[in-house]
Write a protein that binds this ligand. Structure first.
Ligand code: SF4
Length: 239
């Protein structure tokens, strides 16, 4: 998908209501924090295993003002907000939205596929984000097949910027054994190592929950974790 079509996708999503829904309270998504999750509608990728097809396909329902009013009403009870989706970095007003959230004294975690390195850079430079979870969807040779998004270099630019700026972030991959092989994951690990990634690399086991965006089936084979080369620390989730 090119940049123009990404923004026409947003126009179609009724830009005044970018948020699909709000999870009012979680302790799981932003460890050691009491957070809400804002689920932004629409995405520029189409990963078959995506657990949130309704969020990716439906329009938003909630304005940014309504979301800020919600945060105002929770001051003192929550300390942070997770901006997730969908892909929140597609929204041109995200920077000013983060400024408004910061004015209410909340921490911000962003979940992103890394396709908007320019925005991520600005948010970090202006100290408008505290933590980022970056999806490393697939190695370069498989990236477009898996995500239906052809600009691996934009993800790579985000990854390199985050590493070089020493910003607190995690790289993570959703692991479906029929879509990604140990060789694919080792290619990612080698790349993270070569780029100087210092954190843990999170492997999130695919759990079969219907519906998914691409009607993904249950994993047919057990992923062989013993074939991984631990050049960076590996953390397993949901295995
Ligand atoms: S899993 Fe893929 S399609 Fe779903 S929100 Fe994330 S990047 Fe978009």
């Amino acid at each position: 998908m090119n940049i123009k079509s990404e923004y026409s996708l947003l126009r179609d999503a009724a830009i005044n209501k970018p948020i699909h829904s709000i999870t009012k309270f979680t302790t799981l998504d932003y460890p050691h924090h009491l957070a809400s999750i804002f689920w932004f509608a629409k995405c520029n990728m189409a990963c078959p295993y995506c657990y949130n097809p309704h969020i990716v396909q439906d329009n938003g329902n909630i304005t940014l003002d309504e979301a800020l009013q919600f945060l105002q009403s929770r001051q003192g009870r929550l300390d942070s907000v997770v901006l997730s989706g969908g892909e929140c970095t597609l929204y041109p007003h995200l920077e000013s939205f983060c400024e408004a959230i910061k004015a209410l004294d909340y921490k911000i975690k962003i979940d992103t596929n890394g396709s908007n390195p320019q925005l991520l850079t600005r948010l970090i430079e202006k100290e408008l984000v505290d933590y980022i979870a970056l999806d490393y969807k697939a190695p370069k040779h498989k990236y477009e097949t898996l995500t239906h998004y052809r600009h691996f270099e934009r993800f790579e630019q985000s990854l390199e910027m985050l590493i070089q700026s020493h910003f607190p972030f995690e790289a993570r991959t959703t692991l479906h054994s029929d879509l990604l092989s140990p060789l694919d994951i080792n290619t990612i690990i080698k790349d993270l190592h070569a780029k100087g990634y210092q954190g843990s690399y999170y492997l999130q086991n695919y759990l079969h929950v219907e519906p998914t965006l691409g009607a993904t089936k249950m994993q047919q084979n057990q992923f062989d974790l013993s074939k991984l080369t631990p050049l960076v620390p590996i953390e397993l989730r949901n295995f």
